[in-house]
Design a protein around this ligand. Structure first.
Ligand SMILES: Cc1cc2nc3c(=O)[nH]c(=O)nc-3n(C[C@H](O)[C@H](O)[C@H](O)COP(=O)(O)OP(=O)(O)OC[C@H]3O[C@@H](n4cnc5c(N)ncnc54)[C@H](O)[C@@H]3O)c2cc1C
Ligand SMILES: *[C@@H]1O[C@H](CO)[C@@H](O)[C@H](O)[C@H]1NC(C)=O
Ligand SMILES: *[C@@H]1O[C@H](CO)[C@@H](O)[C@H](O)[C@H]1NC(C)=O
Length: 815
């Protein structure tokens, strides 16, 4: 039971195929309930961008930190704390960009273990907020916020005050916050080499200048300073009449006014972050199309950034249905319910081309008619590939990203497509006048939770859904809910590794895309104008506006499908033939044979196998599958007991879904009957596989970890590591194999398909071992010795004749 701790996997993927299902699931579920599956500290979760304090981390976080930290001490049972928690979360999102200077933390004093910490800080009432200076000592008790405001704006101002009055040592990432003067600006421009200097002119009581300064602290090539309206020299010199207002100031005294829709913090920050040359620290600058074309195989497809492309949507469906779902050989329980809902909303609302709609409808019909509690992916695939050959029914094969193209292969693409797809579906559903406004969102939630490859994303999304999805009670609310949650994700991952420098995460739509969507409250705080956002989204995601550029023609898609079916049939027939021959050969060997005939047969077999090896299409695994006596295409074939789960016959695997099993080949040493010759050949093929893998068109990364490692932590941990390390990239845990041969677990890290050549090659090594069927070690060694002797003999003869010829020539040339 190596998988015992793997709560996340079992909870989300529900594919406990190889053990008696119920027992395992019940066991795992109960175990998961015992273990804290995620870090949930009372009122906050890991998705809230708030440091969750516990006795273990309180010292490392608070003592000698390079950032100032605000800590909320609360009790999860206290009503005021519960009421305050949404404000604190909003504050965290609001000042997310300030993190390098000041961060937010929270600790649940109702927690048995944490109580001592709270008593240590002298907390008597909840909630209490305290400000801890940067580089605080061990005994620092923090400064309490007395009678603090319960709104984001008030809290933010309070934090600005605390920062501005911060004692030495100053948090190094925090820019200067005090007002500037003409003299200072001149010195600044002489001594600093920034591209832009933004001056915000404002009254002394205004916080905008300091807030914008902090909003930009993570950006390079720009500095922001506030100038008070009382700084007469500058005000008159630049003719400033409006407060607040923002000017860009350049060496030599040149300046221009920053154009914004509304003179407010959000608009300044957005505009300044987008000035030419301004980049987020640590991020490479945006790359040009030429460079992208050099870096990636796919040529860049120019597109309109404010449009939705059908090519992205079809690519998303291809990846979702053919690749992501394929990781789940058997779909049961909650997974099956989710799949049904997902396909059902697609069939109902997806504004696709006729052939795709036909396919979705037949998938839907088939799924709804499956009476049992489980469905095999193989059977699903049958319908997906239109094996029944219904006319004008197909899902285009492969991906072709357009609006979701990334500047690098691991950026954007599939997750971008998933968002686009579901936004579109929420908008389409509104037109339908149905009776379940949550239909699309709950289908999305189920799909993400059960199948979406990025587990950390799924966890965050589930946190958001748990919090407020039930409040959605109209179709408009559903559209707006998804839009605002997507913006939360954008806020959380802005600047992270999954952010494409060419497509920075913004609060969407930007003021340039939808001016009317943005407005301010009386106090100058930014406010979304939902009355404008809703129609904007409805237009943006309307079926009529979807662009069909770069799509393959329906007739071409259908022809390809037909072709694919024919080749598939041929492959399967070829396999059958080869398998029959192999079986005959074995029978011939075990029975006393007419020696002559058997030899001929074997020779023939060698030739054929060699040929197929080059084709790199047929794998031993498929043959093994066929060995089980199963019939034609499509029937689920039971794998041999020792074979890994993946060895079921899956024609489509030729095109996608699994990595070449480089690792799998290693595990062959367990099989005693394979002689050294074999492992030599294996080595050779391994080298070849490596070569192909590295030179492959599609750059892929795999992360392999064995199960020992896996035991030590839940899958989420890894998911988040990867999330941090590689950005969000169609991260897809494959279910662990229990067979003795497969101690490795693989994860697929790219949203890319695996080309057939790689799959074929990966299996080549194992396939080659078929050659040794019926040979003993002695046989093979004899063979090798004989071969060696005969070649030495030939060599000797060659040398002999060569020297003779030379001698003769020499004689002839002599006078
Ligand atoms: C459910 C889900 C959860 C995710 N969670 C994480 C996570 O926790 N961590 C992580 O690193 N990545 C996560 N991702 C991936 C991440 O959100 C992006 O999809 C990915 O980084 C690609 O970003 P993108 O630039 O293509 O824009 P995306 O965010 O994918 O957006 C795609 C397109 O939708 C439009 N758009 C942007 N914002 C909105 C909006 N608010 N409303 C409507 N349309 C909008 C824009 O045109 C944009 O180009 C998640 C993805 C999904 C589907
Ligand atoms: C605090 O951190 C700084 C660097 O971040 C280090 O130089 C210093 O020694 C630390 N002080 C203590 C008391 O740990
Ligand atoms: C992009 O699409 C929008 C909306 O359809 C349109 O208004 C705009 O003109 C298009 N831009 C270009 C460059 O085609």
């Amino acid at each position: 039971m190596a998988q015992r701790n793997n709560c996340a996997t079992s909870r989300f993927s529900g594919e406990m195929k190889k053990y008696p299902r119920n027992v395992v699931v019940v066991f795992l579920v109960s175990l998961c309930k015992l273990l804290p599956s995620t870090v949930v500290a009372g009122l906050y979760t890991a998705s809230d961008q708030i440091i969750l304090l516990s006795p273990d981390n309180v010292k490392p976080v608070l003592v000698n930190s390079s950032t100032a930290i605000v800590v909320e001490f609360y009790a999860s049972w206290c009503g005021h704390c519960i009421a305050f928690s949404p404000v604190y979360k909003r504050l965290a999102r609001d000042i997310k960009e300030w993190k390098p200077a000041v961060d937010l933390a929270a600790i649940d004093c109702a927690d048995e273990e944490s109580r001592k910490v709270c008593t240590g800080f002298g907390i008597r009432a909840y909630p209490t907020l305290k400000f801890f200076h940067a580089y605080g000592q061990n005994d620092s008790a923090g400064q309490a916020f007395k009678g603090f405001p319960r709104d984001v704006r008030g809290l933010r101002h309070h934090i600005v005050d605390q920062l501005e009055n911060h004692q030495e040592p100053w948090p190094p990432a925090c820019p200067p916050l005090e007002p500037t003067s003409q003299a200072e600006i001149d010195i600044f421009l002489e001594t600093n080499n920034v591209q832009h200097l933004a001056l915000i002119f404002e009254d002394v009581s205004s916080y905008i200048g300091r807030e914008v300064t902090l909003d930009l602290l993570q950006f390079e090539n720009i500095a922001v300073r506030r100038v008070l309206s009382t700084e007469e020299g500058l005000v008159t010199k630049m003719g400033v009449t409006e407060f607040p207002s923002c000017y860009l100031y350049y060496p030599g005294g040149n300046f221009t006014r920053l154009k914004v829709n509304i003179e407010a913090r959000a608009f300044y920050s957005f505009a300044l972050q987008r000035l030419p040359g301004v980049v987020r620290s640590g991020k490479p600058p945006p790359v040009t199309t030429d460079l992208i074309n050099k870096q990636t195989e796919d040529p860049w497809r120019p597109f309109n950034r404010s449009s939705v492309y059908m090519a992205d949507l079809e690519s998303t469906l291809h990846y979702s249905l053919r690749v992501e779902l394929a990781a789940h050989p058997v779909i049961t329980g909650e997974g099956l319910t989710s799949l049904r809902k997902y396909i059902s909303v697609l069939a109902e609302y997806f504004p696709g081309r006729p052939m795709l709609m036909n396919l979705l409808k037949s998938l839907n019909l088939w799924l709804q008619n499956q009476a049992g509690n489980q469905v095999s992916y193989q059977a699903f695939l049958e319908i997906l590939e239109n094996s029944a050959q219904a006319p004008d029914t197909a899902l285009p094969e492969g991906v072709r990203w357009v609006g979701c193209q990334g500047s690098q292969p691991h950026l954007r693409r599939y997750p971008c497509g998933v968002w686009t797809l579901f936004h579109l579906l929420t908008v389409q559903a509104k037109k339908s006048d149905g009776s379940d406004p949550q239909e699309v969102l709950s289908a999305m939630r189920g799909y993400i939770r059960n199948f979406f490859g990025c587990r950390a994303c799924a966890e965050h999304f589930e946190n958001m859904a748990k919090e407020s999805l039930t409040e959605v009670n109209t179709y408009s609310a559903a559209i707006l809910w998804l839009w605002s949650r997507h913006n939360r994700v954008n806020n959380r991952i802005a600047g992270s590794l999954s952010e494409d420098p060419n497509f920075p995460k913004i609060q969407w739509p930007s003021p340039d895309m939808c001016k009317a969507c943005h407005t301010v409250k009386d106090n100058g705080e930014h406010r979304w104008n939902n009355e404008q956002v809703l129609p904007f989204l409805q237009t943006y995601f309307s079926a009529e506006r979807i662009l069909t550029d770069y799509l393959e023609d329906e007739s071409v898609v259908l022809a390809k499908q037909k072709e694919k079916r024919i080749t598939l049939q041929q492959i399967l027939e070829g396999q059958k033939r080869a398998e029959r021959k192999a079986r005959d050969a074995i029978t011939a060997q075990t029975l006393p044979p007419p020696a002559h005939a058997a030899v001929e047969e074997e020779v023939e077999e060698y030739e054929e196998e060699e040929e197929e090896e080059e084709d790199e299409v047929v794998s031993d695994e498929e043959e093994e599958g066929m060995d089980g006596g199963a019939e034609m295409e499509g029937k689920t074939l039971e794998p041999t007991p020792w074979a890994p789960a993946e060895t079921k016959l899956d024609p489509d695997r030729l095109h996608n879904s699994r990595k070449p099993s480089i690792v799998g080949m290693k595990t062959r040493d367990q099989q005693e009957d394979i002689v050294d010759l074999d492992s030599f050949v294996n080595q050779h093929y391994k080298a070849k596989v490596m070569q192909v893998a590295t030179s492959s068109r599609v750059k892929q990364r795999t992360l392999q970890r064995n199960q020992e490692e896996q035991d030590s932590g839940p899958v989420f941990g890894l998911g988040m590591e990867l999330d941090a390390g590689l950005g969000m990239v169609g991260l897809q845990p494959l279910e662990p194999d229990f067979g003795p041969n497969t101690r490795m677990q693989k994860r697929e890290l790219t949203g890319r398909l695996f080309s057939s050549e790689e799959v074929g090659l990966g299996q080549g090594g194992r396939w080659v071992s078929m050659l040794s069927i019926g040979f003993s070690k002695v046989d093979i060694s004899l063979c090798v010795i004989l071969y060696f002797l005969s070649s030495m003999c030939l060599l000797a003869m060659y040398l002999f004749f060569r020297t003779r010829v030379r001698l003769r020539r020499a004689k002839v040339s002599l006078p």
